[in-house]
Ligand binder design. Sequence first.
Ligand SMILES: Cc1cc2nc3c(=O)[nH]c(=O)nc-3n(C[C@H](O)[C@H](O)[C@H](O)COP(=O)(O)O)c2cc1C
Length: 474
Amino acid sequence: MPSLDRFFHLSPDLCCVRDTAGYFQQVSDRWTATLGWSIAELTERPWIEFIHPDDVADTDVHEQDAQQPDRQTPVTYKNRFRHRDGSYRWLAWRVDSYQEGLSAAIAQDATESQWRGSQQYRRGLSATLKLRDQALAASSVGIVMADARLPDMPLIYVNPAFETMTGYSASDVLGTNCRFLQGDKKQQPGLEVLRQAIQRQRNCTAILLNFRKDGTPFWNELTISPIFDEAGRLTHFVGIQVDVTLRVQAEQSLRQEQQKSEQLLLNVLPKPIVTQLKERQGTLAQQFPAATILFVDLVDFTTQASQLSALVLVETLNQIFSAFDRLAAEHGVEKIKTIGDAYMVVAGLPLPQSSHVSAIADLALAMRKVIQDFTWPGGEAIQLRMGIHTGAVVAGVIGINKFSYDLWGDTVNIAARMEQSGEPGQIQVTPAVYQQLRDNYHFEMRGQINIKGKGEMMTYWLQGYQSESPKTNH
Ligand SMILES: Cc1cc2nc3c(=O)[nH]c(=O)nc-3n(C[C@H](O)[C@H](O)[C@H](O)COP(=O)(O)O)c2cc1C
């Protein structure tokens, strides 16, 4: 059978025996754990010296009660006992009457409950709550609370900023779900995110199109956060609303501007080049092993230019080149530029294209056809002189402003020479073009012509398609 002393030290309470002289005779280990003093420190001086000066008189009264010879029941009272660190703890005493100069007593640490029950604590609490209410009311963003325990999660609180932002008063909206702000816009992308977050009891931020009481729209950046009770059950959601209409509008017009300038850039440069330009800086020149180039020139332009006003002439050029632009787009080839009355177009770059030679031949034939719809302002027919060559070229954008996508290399010079040395109404091509197209297109041999720096070269007139005329052997 263990001795009763064991209980003395096992108890979670502060157990002690004191004498009528005012000293501790015995203290349990709990005293040291709760108040920081060693047992020697507690027992070497009168215990009243540890009591808060304001509580000494009261303590004396209760202790005298316990010393009454006819006292049968324990005396209970509270006082503040000094901790070794200088702070005080509230102790709730239960003191047995003194017998033969000794009394057993139990003290419990009542600091927590004493503090919570105190007027000072309650005053502090209500001041904190008031401050919190004032902060919510003063906030410039909307703050709402929805009760997650009630069906359809009705609003139970909205702050003044919410009322100002939406035009709805608290009495209009308390008790209803916040979805009334969406009008008939129930299919917004942000809502799906929100629904999932609510279902999973998570935080989430979404931008929603909402409507004020007067029907005007605004963009609402809503952040919701779940609130859980001590048992971990969801009780509420708090929502914070910010009117981000100006920001959303600014972003929209920025995007529109970006699209506009990208569209402008696409008028000047091929799409893959625009993408490359956006991704990196510096020279964008690239070698293409196989591309086909067509030069087109308006015959008689110089004569016409000397007779017509520049404005009228440019208008005619504009109409013709616009028709060529449309044809180039239809044939999936890349217009490079116009040089005065000449038009330059390439196939096979910037994206490789296996049928680049035939794409250019088809385009040249289509241009020759479409030009029949045009006349010079004086009514004379317009004729084209065209030249085609195929081979390796370097293509790219160089310089830092007013840049354009251009081509360089022998293939370009030879294609230009094909056009310059050609004849009105004819499409002159090199042997390289002829070799690749001879099976499906109809050609006539022209003969040798001199190419500056290259010497003599055999050339051919592209006449049309094989099916349009009997095959001829050259
Ligand atoms: C705390 C809280 C605040 C909300 N505030 C808004 C709001 O300001 N505007 C809005 O369109 N929806 C708001 N909602 C979302 C709707 O109340 C609702 O959850 C949402 O429309 C998805 O549910 P439903 O599909 O049943 O409509 C809020 C939701 C919660 C929980």
